[in-house]
Design a protein around this ligand. Sequence first.
Ligand SMILES: NC(=O)c1ccc[n+]([C@@H]2O[C@H](COP(=O)([O-])OP(=O)(O)OC[C@H]3O[C@@H](n4cnc5c(N)ncnc54)[C@H](OP(=O)(O)O)[C@@H]3O)[C@@H](O)[C@H]2O)c1
Length: 218
Amino acid sequence: MSIDGYVDTAADERLLLSNDADFDRVDGVRAGCDAILVGAATVRQDNPRLLVRSPDRQAERVVRGLRPTPLKVTVTGSCDLDPDARFFTLGDVEKLVYCATPSLDRAAGKLGKVATVIDGGDPVDLHRVTADLHRRGVRRLMVEGGGSMHTQFLTESLVDELQLVVAPFFVGDSRAPRFVSDGTFPWGPGRRADLAEVRQIGDVVLLRYKLSDRFGAA
Ligand SMILES: NC(=O)c1ccc[n+]([C@@H]2O[C@H](COP(=O)([O-])OP(=O)(O)OC[C@H]3O[C@@H](n4cnc5c(N)ncnc54)[C@H](OP(=O)(O)O)[C@@H]3O)[C@@H](O)[C@H]2O)c1
């Protein structure tokens, strides 16, 4: 996020917050996960690849008996997703779409050839999603945004570790999306989160918070 807590601008083009060294660090974190999840708005707006980039890290995963890159997961109520988005077309790995029950038939028709479409409830229940991911073998899930997903995972106490990177500039526009939106977070003035690490990476800083006893378990 920016110094003032934004993860994008209000304009169409994507805002780059990290530097090269931090993007590489994120690639390493991805390589250590079983699945990567983003909200449907991020798929629509950013069209992210969500792949492990480094050939060495891909090869290490294959040696461990894994696919070169983790499963991709998204959550949608509307099912307004383009089957040609890079989320679906890139990476020889399964793509999972947790869809709200009323859109299930439409989602299956639209995305059934490029993804596994799963009934997530109405609205999609993230406890149900994580339990289903666990049944599918996912032990370490990386949630890469956007703010709606961050807010729900945090307020529902589904997060073991928060990695927050602060970029050295301001966005200064309240129309832009923030790292989280309003909500009742388990960590407030009366219950401070446990800061586990502070690391300078060039001109950005990484803050790692321990949010459950499972922190670092994987
Ligand atoms: N800087 C960063 O690290 C970073 C990372 C990722 C994203 N971003 C930015 O974040 C912004 C997008 O964030 P966002 O908060 O607007 O959206 P988001 O979290 O990416 O996705 C929100 C969408 O996910 C679906 N959704 C979420 N929870 C749901 C539930 N419980 N049940 C059913 N559907 C659910 C809905 O999709 P439908 O509308 O399809 O129903 C909702 O509109 C973009 O500007 C992007 O650039 C920044």
